[in-house]
Design a protein around this ligand. Structure first.
Ligand code: SAH
Ligand code: SF4
Ligand code: F3S
Length: 465
């Protein structure tokens, strides 16, 4: 073991970045790096960045301004602090980051961070290092595995990337450029990762991919597996009580996935299915390659398979050319589906994407006005959805101590935060809860008596004829 050094990682953007940050820490642990929450005492600071909207990318530079000061203070104390920029801004801007902020030592993209130990050796030799390659080797084969202690520290829920990159090229989006082409990991490797996590006490797995439902990794039988097939297999892993997956694309809603929701009690009845707009004209300009009606059909098919299904979505307002009439179609679609939540964003022009060159860019004030209207409507649906849980009972996976002493907190099947009075030894357990109060951010309930056993095998509910 080498000398102990301190590592501070800050993650921006999506859940895949959170996952990547963990894997960076795993890969640096054998090099003697121990994580710290305090950037000031770190020997290595990694900003794992997001390029999706202008604001997200700008945040990196303001944060680098703060980290530079810490680096200078460290130098005054005779300590060398290494600053690394990882993630999607690193991929998009590469060496430009070094030109803008000379205190940055290392720039590493989302497909090459398995090389961090070697890249840091370069930095130790006094070099400025940039690696934004899309290397032929599979980074997942080269990343170090987390220790049992590291897994337990991260809690009873975990992410596992199963598919990465995107070939869909929506005209607003940088992801195909920052993450590269769509690649699915082999099923056997995903299963091994999930087994390792489960053995260390993880109870809920969220499978990640930019288009996770397009998953088509090699199966053990040499043929590609669908996401559904993978989910059936993962539901058999002892200790795994819950499965989720995100983010799905409306074009890849296979019947097999609906059947998995019908059959697998471990597969939670909640789906994040971004639609972006309710206007066919705008959907076409966005290159989403489906209509609003086709989206609604996908929702209906899912609801037929699993009536308890709840949906969340992503929206972009103010895409170039969006008229009031287009926007009203988006509001109409929100009313029609009745989402239990949604993220909505003002369109942000991204350099290098086709959307940046379109006519009809919308003024900021109009985007802000539409965003406020959309968010108010989504909120009203969300409030109604949550209010409907008053007096209802369901299973909660407890994840952590609650906000107040004596409370424990977890999530409902529909991903709602739930708080109850209960003992902390229930963290990591699934228990039935009855809701007694619907708060703004959480449901408050009381615990039922008996523990719900982990599903050692998928519990099949009667298949519909
Ligand atoms: N792969 C997912 C989404 C990935 S990005 C999908 O296909 O839906 C997450 C969300 O960020 C998108 O759903 C979109 O709503 C938003 N987003 C992406 N690019 C954007 C941009 N240029 N401006 C505003 N929002 C954007
Ligand atoms: Fe971006 Fe579209 Fe790919 Fe989603 S499907 S990551 S929005 S290009
Ligand atoms: Fe952002 Fe890259 Fe994720 S741009 S949303 S961190 S894939």
């Amino acid at each position: 073991m080498r000398q102990t050094r301190k590592l501070h990682i800050k993650s921006y953007g999506c859940q895949m970045n959170v996952y990547d940050s963990h894997r960076m820490a795993d890969t640096l642990a054998p090099q003697g790096f121990v994580e710290t929450q305090d950037a000031a005492e770190a020997d290595l600071v990694i900003l794992n960045t997001c390029h999706i909207r202008e604001k997200a990318a700008d945040k990196v530079y303001s944060e680098l301004g703060r980290v530079r000061v810490l680096k200078e203070e460290a130098a005054q104390q005779g300590r060398k602090m290494v600053i690394a920029v990882a993630g999607c801004v690193a991929q998009a801007e590469g060496a430009e980051i070094l030109r803008r902020v000379s205190d940055v030592d290392l720039v590493v993209g989302p497909q090459s961070y398995h090389r961090l130990p070697a890249l840091l050796d370069g930095v130790a030799q006094g070099k400025k290092v940039v690696d934004t390659e899309f290397p032929p080797e599979d980074k997942f084969d080269r990343l170090a595995q987390p220790s049992g202690a590291a897994i337990r520290k991260r809690g009873v829920t975990a992410f596992v990337t199963v598919q990465e990159g995107c070939d869909k090229f929506c005209t607003f989006c940088v992801v195909p450029y920052t993450r590269g082409a769509e690649v699915s990991r082999p099923a056997a490797k995903v299963i091994a990762d999930v087994e390792r996590l489960a053995q260390a006490g993880v109870r809920e797995i969220t499978l990640l991919g930019q288009n996770v439902n397009a998953y088509h990794g090699d199966g053990a039988d040499g043929r590609p597996w669908t996401l559904a097939r993978l989910l059936y297999r993962l539901a058999e892993v002892p200790g795994i009580a819950r499965l989720r997956y995100t983010t799905s694309h409306p074009l890849d809603m296979a019947d097999s996935l609906m059947e998995a929701h019908r059959d697998l009690s471990a597969l939670m009845p909640q789906l994040h299915l971004p639609v972006q707009s309710g206007s066919d004209r705008i959907l076409s300009a966005m290159n989403r390659r489906h209509t609003a009606a086709e989206y609604l059909t996908a929702i209906e098919r899912m609801r037929t398979a699993q009536p308890d299904m709840a949906f969340t979505s992503d929206f972009i307002v103010g895409f170039p050319g969006e008229t009031e009439a287009d926007f009203i179609e988006t509001l109409r679609l929100v009313d029609e589906v009745g989402f239990c939540g949604a993220y909505s964003f003002k369109y942000s022009t991204r350099p290098g994407t086709p959307g940046a060159d379109l006519d009809g860019q919308i003024p900021e004030a109009l985007k802000a006005e539409r965003l406020a209207r959309l968010q108010a409507l989504v909120q009203s649906h969300q409030d109604r959805f949550n209010a409907g849980f008053f007096g209802r009972s369901f299973e909660v996976l407890f994840e952590r101590e609650g906000r107040n002493p004596g409370q424990i907190a977890g999530k409902s099947p529909h991903l709602q935060p739930v708080q109850v009075i209960g003992p902390s030894h229930l963290i990591g357990e699934v228990r039935r809860v009855t809701v007694e109060e619907v708060g703004i951010r959480s449901l408050f309930g009381t615990l039922h008596g008996e523990p719900v056993p982990a599903h050692a095998a998928p519990m099949l509910v009667a298949a519909e004829a």
